[in-house]
Design a protein around this ligand. Structure first.
Ligand code: OSB
Ligand code: MG
Length: 384
């Protein structure tokens, strides 16, 4: 092999900005989503291969500080120039190349994901294999937003249980918690069930949260502040329900600290929140060594982000079902071909190279509201 074959050439980077509308609104303790703006990153190696990534930041900084606009700014003005300036021998190099830029994990992850896909396609292997994944199929659950009434919630749960989802996650908030979970348990005594508070409580609510212990929940996700691990450790000592951290974990370092403090027993790994697949794998490996269970979270992704989640979940310590539901749970028309299908609560890990799904170009164009292209030359011109 020549030297150039050992680096991943970055010929052109395209930011496709898309706007898609969820089939039904999704409500959490911090707000409701329906229209979704995001970027599909396409990296062309100039040798006939393209890799794809998806940015998962929302339009408002409710879940984390990043937004669609900050993702655009940070990718266009800082991260894309860094990619053109450095040789990439392996996708793991990207984390290091991006390290002069603080945080902005979702912006980093969108580009890093495209490099991983491109790498796997060039190698002619599935992304799951490139990451070290061994599963042929993955178990998936579903996250159900806050509903107008408990009756509505029971109906929605029944539908998804019938579809075969392996566990049900309910969004909770003060006023939509203990009584709701009680009624769900009365109707569905045996389903694997968990709750996600998205930081809606404080440590003062400890006695209230203890009441969840009687419902045999798999876990409570991110009950306390988005940036806390200290109070979560106090809470975990007092409640039996395992605490799972989502918002508080932005890196493997964060995961190590949380585990050392006893802030959680389970970690939700979201590729975007931790800055990419390389960091996700690092957290997965660390948790495996320390007996901490992990699962793959979701950010209401379109097909590209969904495909990345599936590839990551093929790693063996993703023992708990994640939030990666089928495309049709979110979208009338997804941007990949075929769309992601769930059967009996399982998704088959694709065997084709890269993310293993084809990009539906006509739908990409249909949902596109803006497009920007970057080459090494255009970056140089801009910086003069
Ligand atoms: O906390 O996991 C979360 C959706 C938007 C923002 C945050 C979260 C969620 C979900 C849905 O729970 C996950 C999905 O179905 O993609
Ligand atoms: Mg969550």
């Amino acid at each position: 092999m020549s030297n150039s074959a050992q680096t991943i050439p970055i010929g052109k980077i395209t930011l496709h900005q898309l706007r898609m509308t969820l089939k039904s609104p999704f409500s959490t303790s911090f707000g409701t989503f329906q229209d979704k703006d995001f970027f599909i990153v396409e990296i062309d190696d100039g040798e006939g291969n393209q890799g794809f990534g998806e940015s998962v930041a929302f339009s408002s900084p409710w879940y984390s500080e990043e937004t669609v606009k900050t993702n655009e700014h940070v990718m266009a003005d800082f991260l894309i120039p860094l990619l053109f300036e450095h040789d990439i021998h392996h996708p793991d190099d990207v984390t290091k190349i991006f390290s002069p830029i603080r945080r902005n994990q979702m912006a980093k992850s969108a580009l890093e994901g495209a490099v991983w896909d491109l790498y796997a396609r060039r190698m002619q292997i599935p992304l799951a294999d490139a990451l070290g994944g061994t599963k042929k199929e993955i178990d998936v659950g579903i996250s159900i937003g806050i509903q107008p009434t408990v009756e509505d919630l029971l109906t929605v749960i029944g539908k998804h249980v019938d579809e075969g989802y392996k566990r049900i996650k309910l969004k909770i908030k003060p006023g939509w918690d203990i009584d709701v979970v009680k009624k769900v348990r009365q109707k569905f005594p045996d389903i694997p069930l968990m709750v996600d508070a998205n930081s809606a409580y404080t440590i003062q609510d400890i006695d209230h949260l203890k009441k969840l212990d009687e419902f045999n929940l798999m876990m409570i996700e991110q009950p306390l502040a988005h940036d806390d691990i200290i109070q979560h450790a106090k809470l975990q000592k007092e409640i039996e329900t395992p605490v799972c951290l989502d918002e508080s974990i932005h890196s493997c370092e964060d995961a190590k600290n949380a585990i050392e403090l006893g802030s959680c027993k389970i970690i939700n790994i979201k590729i975007g929140r931790v800055g990419g697949l390389t960091e996700s794998k690092k957290i997965h490996d660390f948790c495996k060594e320390h007996g901490i269970l992990v699962w793959c979270g979701g950010m209401l992704e379109a097909g590209v982000g969904r495909a990345h989640n599936i590839a990551l979940t093929a790693l063996d310590n993703f023992v708990l079902p994640g939030d990666t539901a089928g495309s049709s749970r979110y979208w009338e028309e997804d941007i990949i071909e075929p769309e992601v299908v769930v059967q009996n609560g399982k998704i088959t890990v694709p065997k084709k190279p890269g993310i293993g799904y084809k990009i539906d170009r006509s739908r990409l164009v249909k949902f596109r509201i803006n497009k920007q292209e970057f080459t090494a030359d255009s970056i140089k011109k801009n910086s003069i």
